[in-house]
Design a protein around this ligand. Structure first.
Ligand SMILES: Cc1cc2nc3c(=O)[nH]c(=O)nc-3n(C[C@H](O)[C@H](O)[C@H](O)COP(=O)(O)OP(=O)(O)OC[C@H]3O[C@@H](n4cnc5c(N)ncnc54)[C@H](O)[C@@H]3O)c2cc1C
Length: 295
């Protein structure tokens, strides 16, 4: 295993912020993944997998962990009858491409989710009424203590933007059960979803997707923060998107600390003006946390 030191997480996240990883390695097979996890276990290092970094806010001071990126065979996808078998490091876009070419529908929702299948299982990513729980048949999860085991959505504890997975449990592969659909229909459906997305959200800026989960309230997180007057609000190099208030953009030289400060202010305002405690959707990596609300 080739372990690199000091790899900047800013290079591995869509926001483009975050300091160095204590250790970094790429793995291409379930066996290499298991070796890496056992190496970290022996070295007393915690582990975090990174997919496309599209839902990650990594600490400016870096992460004291082995950061793993899945490549090689673990980033490929192939069709097996009406199923797709894909590596945990395969981009959703690649899986969707294979599905469309094979005339398999049901994964169109993922055209809006610019991550990997592993990162998407981690948080049961979803959009437009679909989510991973609806298409995932099983996932091969590898950990230092339990080795490799196939788990069903129930065993993974998938619910709204949540799984029971913990760092150190890495999704090496997924099997998705899809159903026959005309490729032309899939193409048209995807184009329609993408144009809806483009009309409503910043698609040409560096962001990490939705900042907060939608609360149990008549207003979505975005609408609530918009009503708080936060569109365009800026701290340092990070800015609440002028297009959609549940997105934070890197407006130039953003640091994780800037994004965290914006999140704290957004939570403070949502609580003060709507009595709602917003819960963040973005995953935090390293020694960082959103400050507690002052009530
Ligand atoms: C413009 C934009 C739009 C988005 N829209 C949506 C949307 O509509 N719906 C939605 O749900 N999300 C959305 N997201 C968020 C993001 O794309 C998803 O959460 C995606 O599933 C994250 O995948 P990733 O590979 O980038 O994971 P990362 O961001 O790299 O990691 C996220 C978490 O998953 C863990 N992880 C990554 N890979 C693995 C693995 N192989 N095994 C175990 N754990 C792993 C990481 O440790 C981390 O805790 C959006 C993001 C952007 C930038």
């Amino acid at each position: 295993m080739n372990v690199e030191e000091g790899v900047e997480l800013a290079r591995l996240t869509t926001l483009g912020a975050g300091g160095p990883a204590r250790a970094f390695a790429r793995v291409g097979t379930p066996d290499e993944l298991l070796d890496a996890l056992r190496w970290a276990d022996d070295a007393g290092l915690s582990v975090a997998a990174v997919g496309l970094g599209s839902n990650l806010l990594a600490a400016d001071e870096g992460v004291d962990a082995l950061v793993l990126k899945l490549g090689g065979g673990l980033s490929e996808a192939r069709v097996e009858g009406s199923r797709i078998r894909a590596g945990g490091g395969a981009a959703n876009a690649v899986v969707l491409h294979r599905a469309r070419a094979a005339g398999l529908g049901g994964f169109e929702f993922a055209c809006a989710i610019p991550g990997t299948t592993g990162g998407s299982v981690w948080m049961n990513a979803g959009a437009y009424g679909g989510d991973f729980a609806q298409v995932l048949e099983r996932a091969l999860v590898v950990s230092a203590d339990r080795g490799a085991e196939w788990l069903t959505p129930d065993e993974l504890g998938l619910s709204y933007r949540h799984s029971d997975l913990r760092h150190g449990q890495v999704v090496a592969e997924v099997e998705l059960a899809l159903s026959p659909r005309d490729p032309a229909e899939i193409k048209a459906h995807v184009a329609e979803l993408q144009s809806q997305r483009k009309a409503a959200q910043p698609t040409n800026k560096r962001t990490f997707g939705s900042v907060f989960k939608n609360p149990d309230h008549e207003l979505s997180a975005g609408r609530m923060l918009e009503a708080c007057g936060l569109r365009g609000f800026r701290i340092g190099g990070a800015q609440i998107s002028p297009r959609h208030a549940n997105f934070i953009e890197n407006a130039g030289g953003a640091r994780a600390a800037d994004a965290l400060a914006l999140m704290a202010e957004a939570r403070r305002r949502a609580w003060a003006e709507h009595g709602v405690e917003l819960e963040h959707e973005v995953e935090l990596l390293g020694p960082i946390a959103v400050p507690p609300l002052e009530r």
